[in-house]
Design a protein. Structure first.
Length: 255
């Protein structure tokens, strides 16, 4: 069931989204060669605590997960696509890092992700991250009243495939509101004109994930959470929480 949000609900989600944006910014500022990945989680936790916000990630355990998620951010490095668990490993010069973060504030959720490089960036990583951001922008632009979920999926997938990148099967965006994951699902590839029609008050977490090697194959690491590229190539992830409104898409997870 899809919950249609009122304008007041969307304003409340905007406040949760600001917290997410600040937490992601703090994690990104913390990232540097030699820094333990756990420090990115610490930086994000401090932002949530100062805002009086909870974390929809911490303790989250879907049916497929062997253990509850132990952090407030997912930190996926290099060949990790999504769901990376922050651990004691240290970031290295040239690493490609994706950070995904959520917040719960006033009964409403926000969810966003960003990818960046640590230290000296490789040209191929810069191109991959740029394509992820372009795909996100295309998906957001398609999230207008009267379009369908398939239009959003098609916009994302077109950018990814044109750039020569893979799209991990089975992973994509989702509705969001009182909970982090709600209906409808938002695939990262699809046919235009198909799926649920978008209405004013729908809120979507749009999140393209790109595999640099061009293949779609992936596997789950031993920790039961981290999703990695099968070919060992690097991956990038970009996400925003977006409200569908009569005035056009409203991005809720920006500063």
């Amino acid at each position: 069931m899809v919950e249609i949000k009122t304008d007041e609900n969307m304003d409340a989600m905007r406040e949760a989204g600001r917290v997410v944006a600040r937490a992601l910014a703090a994690a990104r500022r913390t990232a540097a060669p030699g820094v333990p990945v756990t420090e990115l989680d610490r930086a994000a936790r401090e932002v949530l605590e100062r805002a009086g916000a909870g974390s929809p990630f911490l303790g989250y355990r879907p049916d497929w997960a062997p253990t509850p998620f132990p952090a407030v951010v997912c930190v996926s490095v290099n060949d990790a696509i999504v769901h990376g668990i922050p651990d004691g490993s240290r970031l290295a010069d040239g690493d490609l890092v994706s950070v995904d973060c959520g917040a719960l504030l006033g009964g409403w959720a926000g969810d966003a992700a960003v990818s960046f490089t640590v230290g000296r960036a490789r040209a191929e990583d810069t191109r991959l991250i740029g394509a992820a951001e372009e795909a996100l922008a295309a998906g957001i632009a398609a999230a207008v009243v009267g379009n369908r979920i398939g239009d959003v999926a098609h916009a994302i997938g077109t950018v990814c495939r044109k750039a020569g990148y893979g799209i991990p099967d089975g992973f994509g965006g989702h509705g969001i509101g009182r909970a982090m994951h709600e209906d409808p699902g938002v695939p990262n590839e699809g046919r235009p004109g198909r799926g649920m029609k978008l209405r004013h008050g729908m809120v979507l977490a749009i999140e393209p994930m790109l595999v640099g090697g061009g293949g779609d194959e992936h596997y789950t690491a031993r920790d039961g959470w981290t999703i990695r590229t099968l070919d060992g190539s690097r991956a990038a992830h970009a996400e925003h929480t977006v409200a569908v409104t009569d005035a056009g898409p409203r991005v809720l997870t920006v500063l």
